[in-house]
Write a protein that binds this ligand. Structure first.
Ligand code: IPM
Ligand code: MG
Length: 371
């Protein structure tokens, strides 16, 4: 068992709970992180910021300037979820989702890592056959600050005759492709050295350039086996035989879609964490799932994706890999003990709510410590 480090460090973390189930899963995430910090001899200094609908209600802005500033000045940003049906009719710039895009852009977080790992205890929770999902271990590397999410021109335009057109632009510069490709190749190097780049180069020019640049960058990584798939085929391969994938590299929109699909392989999107990184500055850690307003405040949410996002934060931004391992082991232990939130429940297991799941995780951490 490792001893706590002698120099106690304090990290400044911005906590953005947001909307829907955000506050309840954030509470669990923070409790687990505080528990592991105490065990390992470092401290987390939390500062809470407003984001999404919650921020809009109080300030009229889903991403107040103070929140972005607070985030920029912290060691890492820990976010839960934003969005609610009740904001669907707001103008685009006031919608909670805009806050997320603003935060990603404002922090320069161009690389979104979404690891998809199947816990053996949950194989039965997947809609696919056990032999298809058992052993899945892949990462989606999604470009996060470019592509059709940000390309100009964008908007809804009215012509002289009064007819309207909705416009978005899918655009990638060489430099944008190069830097995200390098992130994916470096990651593949630390894993099973397989990289699959996903595009739509049979139809889209933006994808032709994407593919060309990925091939150029590949020359620096001869030890990584590179393949290319079109997005439609990739979506199919992901449910046909997901274990063929190690690292999947793709653009913003394709990555958004593929990562939800990949999440479901694990049985529940409530299990999937993500890390968003820039070339410098704080990273952002958030679950892949959304704010689930339909179950908000009912203690039904699965906090595990939030908790595992905390583990990624420890590993990538705070350089506390042992603490990250401990959290991941605690999740495995609690699943092995049979505790399940409703989204991953199956017969014979013990049904728990969000809060109780958190208590079990903290208990599992102290059991590890005692061993
Ligand atoms: C995600 C979400 C966001 C996205 C939304 C909420 C803006 O779906 O993080 O995958 O599309 O990027
Ligand atoms: Mg998404």
């Amino acid at each position: 068992m490792s001893a706590p480090s002698s120099t106690a460090r304090t990290y400044r973390i911005t906590a953005l709970a947001g909307d829907g189930i955000g506050p309840e899963i954030m509470r669990v995430g923070r409790a687990v992180l505080d528990a592991v910090a105490q065990q390992m001899g470092f401290a987390l200094q939390w500062q809470e910021g407003l984001i999404g609908g919650a921020a809009y209600e109080q300030t009229g802005d889903p991403l107040p300037a103070e929140t972005l500033k607070m985030a920029q000045e912290s060691d890492a940003v820990y976010l839960a979820a934003v969005g609610d049906f009740k904001y669907d009719t707001l103008p685009p710039e006031k919608r909670p989702e805009r806050a997320l895009l603003g935060l990603r852009a404002g922090l320069g977080l161009f690389a979104n890592l979404r690891p998809v790992k199947v816990f053996p205890q949950l194989v039965g929770a997947s809609s696919l056959k056990p032999e298809v999902v058992l052993g899945i271990d892949l990462v989606v590397v999604r470009e996060l600050t470019g592509g059709i999410y940000f390309g100009q021109p964008k908007g809804i335009f009215t012509d002289a005759q009064g007819s309207r057109r909705g416009v978005n632009t899918m655009v990638y510069s060489e430099a944008e492709v190069d830097r995200i490709a390098r992130v994916a190749f470096e990651l593949a190097r630390k894993r099973r050295r397989k990289l699959c780049s996903v595009d739509k180069a049979n139809v889209l020019e933006v994808s032709q350039l994407w593919r060309e640049r990925v091939n150029v960058i590949a020359a620096d990584y001869p030890d990584v086996e590179l393949s290319h798939l079109y997005i439609d085929n990739a979506a199919m391969q992901l449910v046909r035989w997901p274990k063929q994938f190690d690292v999947i590299l793709t653009g913003n929109l394709f990555g958004d879609i593929l990562s939800d699909e990949a999440a479901m392989l694990t049985g529940s999107i409530g299990m999937l964490p993500s890390a968003s990184l820039g070339s410098s500055g704080p990273g952002l850690y958030e679950p892949v799932h959304g704010s689930a307003p339909d179950i908000a405040g009912q203690d039904k949410a699965n906090p595990i994706a939030q908790v595992l996002s905390g583990a990624l934060m420890l590993r990538y931004s705070l350089d506390q890999p042992q603490a990250a391992d401990r959290i991941e082991q605690a999740v495995e232990a609690v699943l092995a003990q049979g505790y399940r939130t409703p989204d991953i429940y199956s017969e014979g297991m013990t049904l728990v709510g969000c809060q109780e799941m958190g208590e079990k995780l903290v208990a599992a951490l102290s059991q590890q410590q005692a061993q």
